[in-house]
Design a binder for this molecule. Structure first.
Ligand code: PMP
Length: 428
């Protein structure tokens, strides 16, 4: 497999783009080497600029749950584009999007569209603060909620990959309002409320952590957060930018049966175009301008082309058995990986939820926390990543990112992936 064209493009990219990329993890800093430049996607597959084909488990970091370029989504985008790219004024399609989201996610009475997950979480935090009149926010170590100042404290995803969990440029005065606690440790949350209860505006949590690889919630963790927020009149925010419409039609809150006050969405809801959303209880959402005093706005918010893509993506997910098939496929893939790793004598653990997986090179019996994740063998992951790439399997270029399966991955793709892993494990 040659990557000559990708390498040449990367050289060129670095002249005018910092690090040659528009988002840091893409630069392959987490795995070494030079990033692959892609040209085309179709179903479960991607083709790079050198003509190599890959089975893709990145899915544009989540949105492509229906595979790349589903004809229904492409058609919806083309039809809307022909009518107008954007008006910055109300459209019927935004109303349809809001109705659809509130139907699929019953904890949301009202929802506001934005253009990224970062905007969604940043706005939800501001709203929680405005609604409660309090400043402190609880977040969890290794969770990533986009790059707003208050949330870039001990964050996951690219922050972990690059080893800079708290960014320079975030004023210490902001960071001191963010309480950073261990994921899956309800006693730590209880202690924080005991000390700062009256100052805590809310908790923001990934109900399944997907930015320190994949760490599902322990039984009782999300329930405990709900209870503490109720007791202390704090706002519980589920950041479902990654898990929304991925693990279940109603997201992780439906999977685990916990009702947050606010929910943030992104990725799948835009079908691959730049879309985010935040929504929740009417009493809280009504605090946003123009109804209330909490300011939030966006030139491109609710953009009709983006809404068309998102709605078409969501419609495809309403077909019967989508989520059970996705769950079966993801489990089959991860079980197959475990079996092959065992046979090769490689310490390996996997965490699986529907449509999402985490693979760890570790002896830790079960990976439940940030501390467990940090004990996995990153060097071995790097070798594994490059081995799989050479075998035509594209995984996230970091040991700290979750993997995604789409409805378009066929059993042949899964078998081919397992065969590739067998070859790579033999050389690790
Ligand atoms: N929240 C979560 C849980 C995410 O996974 C991400 C992005 N991976 C974000 C927020 C930020 O979204 P965006 O990159 O669209 O700003």
């Amino acid at each position: 497999m040659t990557h000559a064209q990708s390498q040449q493009l990367f050289e060129k990219a670095q002249i005018h783009i910092p690090g040659g990329v528009n988002s840091p993890v893409r630069a392959f800093r987490g795995v070494g080497g030079s990033p692959v430049f892609f040209e085309r996607g179709e179903g479960a597959h991607l083709w790079d600029v050198d003509g190599n084909r890959y089975i893709d488990y990145v899915a544009s970091w989540g949105p492509m749950i229906n595979g790349h370029n589903p004809p229904e989504v492409v058609r919806a985008v083309q039809e809307q584009a022909a009518r107008g790219l954007g008006f910055g004024a109300p459209t019927a399609i935004e109303v349809e999007m809001a109705d659809t989201l509130c139907r699929l996610v019953p904890s949301m009475d009202k929802v506001r569209m934005v253009s990224s997950g970062t905007e969604a979480t940043m706005s939800a935090i501001r709203l929680a603060r405005g609604f409660t009149g309090r400043d402190k926010i609880i977040k969890f170590e290794g969770c990533y909620h986009g790059h707003a100042d208050s949330l870039l404290v001990k964050a996951g995803s690219g922050m972990l990959t690059l080893g800079v969990p708290t960014s320079p440029g975030v004023p210490a005065d902001f960071a001191r309002h963010t309480l950073n606690l261990p994921y899956n440790d309800i006693s730590a949350v209880r202690a924080a409320f005991a000390e700062f209860g009256a100052e805590i505006a809310g908790i923001i949590v990934e109900p399944i952590a997907g930015n320190m690889n994949c760490v599902p919630p322990e039984p009782g963790f999300l329930e405990g957060l709900r209870e503490l927020c109720d007791t202390h009149e704090a706002v519980l925010i589920f950041d479902e930018v990654m898990t929304g419409f991925r693990v279940a039609p109603g997201g992780a809150q439906a999977l685990y049966g916990i009702t947050p006050d606010l929910t943030t969405l992104g990725k799948v809801v835009g079908g691959g175009l730049p879309v985010g959303a935040f929504g929740g209880k009417a009493v809280i959402m009504d605090q946003i301008a123009p109804l209330g005093p909490v300011y939030q706005a966006g030139t491109l918010s609710g953009n009709p082309v983006a809404m068309a893509a998102g709605l078409a993506n969501l419609r495809l997910l309403e077909a019967p058995r989508v989520y059970s098939d996705l769950a079966d496929k993801t489990r089959h893939l991860s079980e197959g990986m475990q079996e092959r790793a065992n046979r090769a004598g490689i310490p390996f653990r996997s965490n699986v939820v529907p449509g999402m997986f985490g693979w760890f090179f570790t002896e830790v019996p079960s990976v439940r926390s940030y501390a467990d994740v940090m004990r996995s063998d990153v060097n071995r992951f790097q070798k594994f990543f490059h081995g799989m790439l050479e075998q035509g399997v594209y995984l996230a270029p970091s040991a700290f990112e979750a993997g995604f399966v789409s409805t378009r991955h066929g059993s042949d793709d899964i078998e081919q992936t397992l065969k590739a892993a067998e070859t790579v494990f033999a050389k690790l």
